[in-house]
Design a protein around this ligand. Sequence first.
Ligand SMILES: O=C(O)CCC(=O)C(=O)O
Length: 245
Amino acid sequence: MDAIDLGFYRHDGHLTVNGVFGADEMDAVVRDIEQWGEAFLSRLPQSQRAWYLDGGVKARAVLRKLDNPHVHREAVRALARDPRLVRHVESVLGAGVSVYFSQIFFKAPEGGGPKPAHQDNFYFGPTDIDGVVTAWIALDDATLENGCLYFGDGSNVGPVYPHFAPEGEPFNLQLPAAVLGGQPMTPAPVKKGGVSFHHGNTFHQSGPNHSMKWRRACALHYVRNDVEFATPALPYDTALKFKAS
Ligand SMILES: O=C(O)CCC(=O)C(=O)O
């Protein structure tokens, strides 16, 4: 297996590696996540619906995301410690890495909503801005039509900017238009089983799903084992940190 192109990653702040996992492996994870999602949705209290449901799909209640699948599902822990993935993460961060936080992003067909531009390091507030990399695993093909990620090339070398949250959505922290103005955003389609890596400072966002197909992904937010989180913008439970190597 080829080594990750570190020069590209450090210059652009993101990198896509296709074929890390097989399509059949992704299907098995999707089946497991669907089961979990159904049970989760049936128990979801009214007070948490705004956080978890996709506001873009009006006809039915569908999940936008699930938090910390690495805590709840062995199938995701297996991905998190898989040497085919960890070797790439370690070549970016150095030896000894953990998953600090993880998310399943569902983005349902015909309306799954966009995710506004943000920097993961604003959410997490790490003691070393270069100590965090997100491995975004494509559980389906992610395309321009179904809402792939877009990245601000080179924004990884800039600062972490203040974010704002719209009224009633304290979880939806995002970069202000004044910061985003001069930053072109490059689409990054990924094949099912591929992984898109991004630096914690890299601006990124995703579009709405205009297609008839799901765009599901599992985001594993890795951190080098010596990094701590001094200024998190949301409450993260450090006890859930999972040592992958
Ligand atoms: O999948 C998405 O739409 C958003 C992903 C994201 O923000 C992340 O992985 O950090």
